[in-house]
Design a protein around this ligand. Sequence first.
Ligand code: CP
Ligand code: NVA
Length: 308
Amino acid sequence: MTHFLDINKTQPEALRSIIDHAIEIKNARANAPLGQKDADAPLADRVVALIFDKPSTRTRVSFDVGVRQMGGQPIVLSGKDMQLGHGETISDTAKVMSRYVDLIMIRTFEDATLLEMAESATVPIINGLTNRTHPCQIMADIMTFEEHRGSIKGKKVVWSGAGNNVFSSFVQAAGQFGFDLTFTGPEPLDPERGFLEEALRKGSNIIIERDPHLAFKGADLVVTDTWVSMHDPKTARKRRHNQLRAYQVNTELMSNAKPEALFMHCLPAHRDHEATSEVMDSPNSVIFDEAENRLHVQKAIMRHCLGV
Ligand code: CP
Ligand code: NVA
């Protein structure tokens, strides 16, 4: 069974080939004449379940469109409307769903839910975000960087803000793709220590620099995300804003990075909080390319999982 659960659970060679395949898929579709864009239908006769326990725009639409473009059929489900949300076990749900569909993508809260689903399902499971990680996003981000700037290997990536689920996937990716990663943010919002330790043990070059001006120096890529994630208590909002104000990605901080440094944000963004609109709409911002590439890279991920 080839699941796609986390960046560190897929071999670096497989990750590399997913990115390369995604770029091929994207270019082939762009160059194909209308009427023949989806002529090869690798997911013909296949049904993909997309389960959402949290809100989503990009993940929901890009997976749904991706399955359709590959000739398969998507079913979008809300966890709370399933029996899953009313006491049926994850394991029973996974076994039942495996009798109907060929692939399951799930966006949920606890990592344990994803892992239990993967243990019990007899079809591949894809992680569409948990409280801890967001691997599909980071695959789209690496694809986007490489389309604009070439190989990410040896480049300096700076994350400014809260050490959240999206950042944790960057931590895992640093080792797998061989880029240097600097985290800049306040200590109470440090990334999960376990992820950092695992990455450091594997030889990743990851550092924490509290001073954002120093952290941004020489960056090839600057990344941020919302200061308050979907699973965070709403009461954290005010405190977070005070803790993170100094880490807002603005033109002044960006001036420390290389002039050609790209800016990324997985979106949705709170404009003028974690990043200014001036940065988000600047020529070096690739936020909408990242969003588009979710579609292409997830098509390659689904094909990898199904071996088609
Ligand atoms: N970036 C991302 O996963 O967006 P959605 O929450 O809209 O899916
Ligand atoms: N860190 C954010 C990412 C949303 C795509 C969250 O979990 O809400």
